[in-house]
Design a protein around this ligand. Structure first.
Ligand SMILES: Nc1ncnc2c1ncn2[C@@H]1O[C@H](COP(=O)(O)OP(=O)(O)OP(=O)(O)O)[C@@H](O)[C@H]1O
Ligand SMILES: O=P(O)(O)OC[C@H]1O[C@](O)(CO)[C@@H](O)[C@@H]1O
Ligand SMILES: [Mg+2]
Length: 634
């Protein structure tokens, strides 16, 4: 594992505002960090927490109290440093009153330190996942007072500057016995000292990947905040994504240029997939004398940004790389949620509403809406919960099936019978296994290497039409709505615009303070700096064993599509034509396993010409206004 002791702000700190600043600089927290944000180091640090006792002894970055030989956590648990490594430990006094919420030995100073546990199973307290700083490779950099100190808008704010030892816990819910445990990130916000003189800053902004509501707001706020809060005057836009660094001209940005762009969807800078060439990009950064790089994008963009940061570090440049997570799919882990998500969910309501109106107005109306979400069904989940008009929501994380007991066809049939119409929401990444069974499998990828998914919405609609037209005399009326690009190509709503503003502020404060290789976002509602690679180490998914998915299931009363046959037998109620209800098991025991066209092996007893006319319900009976299986009234 690659870890390194780094002293932020150490060395001969020269300050431009005299002894007070020098003293303050001296007091800078000594922080032990991993040497880079490379996924290998951060992941091993993270995963070491979960390694079995037999594995290699890990090192931890944590908040402890002690000296070079021993340390205590806030519960008085003692740790001994691993022999031979103790000399590397750096200590720095923090403010006990602020950090200590438990009991710790009297008289020992608080410490942020690299802690080597004796054994892997030892309780190691809080883990601090810090971000890199330009002084990691340029230790003698000069600091400057933050101009916000003299800004009338901010100087009146009490405690405007964020203290260097402020961290935010990843898990808001902790155990009373070990409240300190878990991962912590550096709190975002303006620092008293900055590492870039505003007149020397040359900042650039680039947007990559798919569109998302609010990108223009982030661009606007980065420009305006650099301009008005820090007095930066040299800001350029890189046009057309990563490849714009080396293949396109740049665009000058100032408050006038960006004044009303937040009212427009998309990105004024343009975006693209593919075209990441680390060397060419960093050459371009060097050639243009850029020293702050603001990168707005999703997981792929972050991977590219990490490579840029690594190369900048390798070349020893004084350049800060700061990311803003952008993903309509809300699939970036750690942060509470991504900007534009609320807007997208809101816009999705319009599509669902339309599908509902269409379905309701037709005989046996089925409305199908496909929403974005490659690997994460967040938009579909939230849009369904918000709407209450949806009968069934299908997402990539929850496999489903069409035929047989407990399948989607059966469910749709029932809802049609009960309510006269049905509305289905399907995330684009849902049911890919099913589509693959019937469509030719050509593995296609986009320019960034992302797999191109098969069109589940279109496929599902066709399957529905085929199934119901074969089975019933009365065909269904199916309307398929694909609002995919409509929900992401719009401007951010009010809440997202405020969120984008905070994100922009977080990144510029971080970059001005010399942090680099980071992305910013709220963790438990507090903005943080997260190492880039750490932010994309895992992908956020809807957790189907979580209460949120349970809320959806209980709201729609849709099948859970569990494959466990016993579970199906317990849960699936079968209603015969004369209204009697049985569980599937009871029904089978009674010797007749064929219900409403479904046999117990899941195959349909179809109303085809050569098949013997089975005892089927061949028309969908009119809706019974007194029966509703879901929580929304028919
Ligand atoms: N592993 C990687 N290494 C370097 N660059 C990458 C990597 N993955 C993607 N990129 C680059 O990042 C940019 C955007 O990537 P991608 O198209 O995957 O979108 P994204 O940032 O994930 O956003 P979205 O949310 O739309 O998927 C592209 O220019 C691509 O070349
Ligand atoms: O057509 P494009 O631009 O590749 O974007 C489609 C993809 O982008 C995303 O919105 C992610 O940004 C996915 O949900 C979707 O699959
Ligand atoms: Mg992506």
């Amino acid at each position: 594992m690659e870890t390194m002791m780094t002293v932020v702000g150490s060395g001969p700190l020269v300050s431009c505002d005299g002894p007070r600043a020098a003293a303050a600089a001296k007091e800078q927290t000594l922080v032990n960090k991993t040497s880079s944000s490379s996924s290998s180091s951060s992941s091993s640090r993270l995963h070491s927490k979960f390694k079995p006792a037999t594995s290699v002894v890990p090192s931890r970055v944590g908040v402890f109290w002690g000296n070079e030989k021993r340390a205590w956590d806030c519960f008085g648990k003692q740790f001994v440093f691993r022999k031979g490594l103790k000399t590397g430990v750096q200590r720095h006094p923090l403010t006990p009153s602020k950090l200590a919420i438990g009991r710790f030995p009297k008289g020992v100073s608080t410490t942020v330190m690299e802690l080597f546990c004796k054994t892997d199973t030892e309780h190691c307290g809080a883990i601090f996942e810090d971000v890199p700083h330009v002084t990691d490779w340029l230790p003698d950099l000069q600091t400057y007072p933050n101009p916000l100190k003299f800004n009338p808008a901010y100087s009146a704010v009490k405690q405007y500057f964020v203290e260097n030892d402020a961290v935010v816990t990843k898990d808001a819910v902790v155990k009373m016995t070990t409240p300190w445990e878990g991962i912590h990130f550096r709190r975002a916000g303006p620092r008293e000292k900055i590492y870039f003189r505003p007149e020397e800053v040359k900042a650039c902004i680039v947007t990559c990947g798919g569109l998302c509501p609010g990108i223009n707001t982030v661009i606007r706020e980065i420009v305006c905040s650099l301009w008005f809060q820090y007095g930066v005057r040299d800001i350029i836009g890189i046009v057309g994504g990563y490849r714009g660094f080396y293949a396109r001209n740049t665009q000058t940005l100032n408050p006038k240029v960006v004044n009303d762009i937040h009212k427009r969807g998309g990105t004024i800078l343009g975006t693209s997939r593919g075209g990441h060439d680390t060397m060419k990009i960093v050459d371009s950064i060097e050639d243009r004398d850029i020293n702050q790089v603001y990168i707005i994008g999703g997981d792929g963009t972050h991977r590219g940004a990490d490579l840029i940061y690594q190369e900048i570090k390798r070349r020893g440049l004084k350049v800060a790389v700061a990311c803003i997570p952008k993903t309509i799919d809300n699939d970036i882990d750690i942060i509470d949620k991504s900007f534009g998500f609320d807007t997208a969910v809101e816009e999705a309501q319009r599509a669902i509403n339309a599908a509902h109106v269409e379905a309701e107005s037709a005989d046996n109306g089925i409305g199908v809406v496909k929403l974005m979400g490659r690997y994460s069904g967040s938009i579909a989940l939230y849009a369904t919960l918000a709407s209450r008009d949806v009968d069934c929501c299908m997402i990539p994380e929850a496999p489903f099936y069409l035929e047989g007991a407990g399948g989607l066809f059966e469910f749709v049939y029932r809802r049609l019978r009960e309510n006269g119409h049905v509305v289905l929401v399907v995330a684009e990444g849902a049911g890919q296994d099913l589509v693959a069974q019937t469509l030719e499998s050509n593995e296609l990828i986009d320019a960034s290497g992302n797999h191109l998914l098969r069109d589940i919405g279109h496929w599902l609609s066709q399957q529905m039409k085929d199934h119901f037209s074969k089975l019933y005399k009365e065909p269904v009326t199916l309307k398929y709505i694909d609002p995919t690009y409509m929900i992401r190509a719009i401007p951010g709503n009010a809440a997202d615009n405020v969120y984008c503003t905070l994100l922009a502020h977080s990144v510029i404060h971080g970059a001005m303070a010399g942090f680099t290789g980071f992305t910013a976002g709220p963790v438990n509602n507090r903005h943080c700096y997260i190492p880039i690679a750490r932010a994309v180490e895992t992908q956020r998914h809807v957790n189907v064993s979580d209460r949120m998915w349970a809320r959806l299931l209980s709201s729609t009363n849709q099948p859970s599509f569990f494959h466990d046959k016993d579970l199906q037998k317990r849960n699936v109620m079968i209603q015969t034509e004369n209204g009697d209800e049985f569980t599937e098991e009871e029904y089978e025991t009674n010797g007749d396993s064929e219900v409403n066209g479904y046999t117990d092996n899941g195959s349909e007893n179809l109303n085809t010409e050569d098949a013997e006319q089975p005892a089927l319900v061949t028309t969908i009976p009119p809706a019974d206004p007194n029966v509703s299986q879901n929580n929304h009234a028919p």
